[in-house]
Write a protein that binds this ligand. Structure first.
Ligand SMILES: Cc1cc2nc3c(=O)[nH]c(=O)nc-3n(C[C@H](O)[C@H](O)[C@H](O)COP(=O)(O)OP(=O)(O)OC[C@H]3O[C@@H](n4cnc5c(N)ncnc54)[C@H](O)[C@@H]3O)c2cc1C
Length: 427
């Protein structure tokens, strides 16, 4: 039995903890947040690999994951439906996944309010230190997110790189929407693509994970270019003048910025989306980052989920990627008696996957990067851009494959993303 300490009790950490515990290891999870994480996050697109990972984590197969949509709609700025795509998908929420994974894990092994301050590993094992206790471990799983202190300790050169745009996010209650919006947008995975921007949305369960008609909600993500520097700094500063460079909490986002965002929505977006944004009680935003760690393991430590790789959200894959990391780590520990060999096998499998996800997501989102006032026109014409967005955003590659393969001429990204062509060839 291997003693394993998981640093970070969010979704990545919980996937790993559940699977490793079920494989007979002695697992403890240390999470720095002191209250339940359940209120975090918004909508999450599911993939078949995510469902399999939930089953392996001990989540009962009859558990309702979320809301199923029959397909996608692309809306024009005036609200007309420009295009449709039959593509059934199940949309869930961060808090639904968190609650299911927490329920599957013994509470006495999940420690809230335990910020890991230091980890020291030798060939013999690791010491994990919090303010109140030192934990002994044979293996440490660092699932401590994009700002991972463990990754920064091992690979200080690997820092998040701002992509040049932000994502406004939020959730609107179904009951607050007009019948026009409930009919033309709400049942679908919806899209609208103004020049160099993109909004997507989909229905999710409402309060208490309720999926009954009338009690659901509509989750949106609106990507907008924002230059780095004073404009981004102002956005990340609250009304008391406090700057939040690591991420501004939703309730601190200035009402001034929310009002400006809603005004832009009325001008740029289909009226259905503008209405969703209008009735969302607390819109918030996150800058979009790329992050690549040069390695995923060292010194009896595995990096997992966003601690290792952050791909832009256009694949809808962040949680599934963390879950697949957990599966690969558990498999490697089953197959190799020695921890160093297991870690090497884990890295060999998951690092190429992380690199491919990063490259593909960057390729899908690069046209929204802020490129100054004199930015050249989008390399794709509007119809082709809409087609690409509709067909390639957050698709389940296992189920639907890669349906189209637009390569923006002169984008210069193929040099960094050759696996796209081989891994995602059209079916
Ligand atoms: C706009 C947007 C839309 C997205 N949409 C989707 C989507 O549709 N589908 C999808 O799959 N993914 C999506 N994602 C990505 C997804 O949210 C992340 O990939 C995923 O949550 C990563 O999980 P994680 O457990 O690796 O990291 P995190 O969720 O960041 O968790 C890290 C945890 O570590 C804890 N921690 C940090 N330091 C310490 C410490 N020193 N000691 C103890 N604990 C510590 C933190 O408190 C936190 O709980 C989206 C992301 C964005 C920005």
């Amino acid at each position: 039995m291997t003693r394993i300490v998981v640093v970070g009790g969010s979704l990545g950490g919980l996937f790993a903890a559940n699977m490793l515990l079920r494989d007979g290891h002695d697992v403890q999870v240390l999470e720095k947040a002191s209250g339940s994480l359940s209120g975090r996050g918004a909508g999450i697109v599911t993939h078949d690999a995510l469902v399999r990972a939930l089953r392996r984590s001990g989540v009962p197969s009859e558990a309702t994951l979320g809301v199923e949509v029959p397909g996608r709609v692309m809306l024009a700025g005036d609200g007309r439906t420009l295009d449709r795509l039959d593509m059934p998908q199940v949309l869930t929420s961060w808090s639904r996944l968190y609650d299911m994974l927490r329920s599957a894990f013994p509470p006495e092994r999940y420690h809230l309010g335990c910020a890991v301050q230091a980890v020291r590993c030798t060939g013999e094992g690791c010491e994990v230190q919090t303010s109140s206790q030192t934990w002994q471990a044979d293996l440490v799983v660092a699932a401590d997110g994009i700002r991972s202190a463990q990754r920064q300790r091992l690979y200080p050169q690997a820092q998040p790189h701002y992509a040049g745009y932000v994502a406004w996010r939020g959730v609107a209650e179904e009951s607050g929407l007009s019948s026009f919006t409930r009919q033309t947008l709400f049942p679908y995975f919806g899209f609208c693509v103004p020049p160099r921007e993109q909004i997507i949305g989909y229905p999710v369960a409402g309060a208490d994970h309720d999926t009954a008609p009338g009690r659901r909600a509509y989750n949106f993500v609106w990507y907008r270019p924002v230059p780095m520097g004073p404009v981004l700094d102002d956005l990340m500063t609250d009304d008391e003048g406090v700057h939040h460079p690591q991420g501004i909490p939703p309730h601190k986002v200035s009402p001034r910025h929310v009002a400006a965002m809603r005004q832009d929505a009325r001008r740029l977006l289909a009226p259905q989306f503008a209405e969703v944004l209008e009735v969302t009680s607390q819109p918030f935003f996150q800058p979009i980052f790329d992050l690549e760690s040069p390695q995923m393991q060292a010194d009896r430590m595995a990096l997992l989920g966003d601690a290792a790789f952050v791909a832009r959200p256009h694949l809808g894959l962040g949680v599934t990627k963390a879950a697949e990391d957990a599966v690969a780590l558990a498999d490697a520990l089953r197959e190799h008696a020695r921890i160093d060999e297991a870690l090497a096998a884990y890295e060999a499998l998951r690092r190429p996957a992380g690199q491919s996800a990063l490259a593909r997501a960057r390729w899908l989102g690069h046209y929204m990067e802020h490129a100054g006032e004199e930015a050249p026109a989008d390399a794709l014409n509007p119809a082709d851009r809409r087609h690409q967005v509709l067909h390639e955003t957050a698709i389940d590659l296992e189920r639907y494959g890669h349906r189209s393969a637009f390569v923006p001429p002169g984008a210069g990204l193929l040099a960094t993303a050759p696996p796209l062509i081989t891994l995602w060839s059209p079916r």
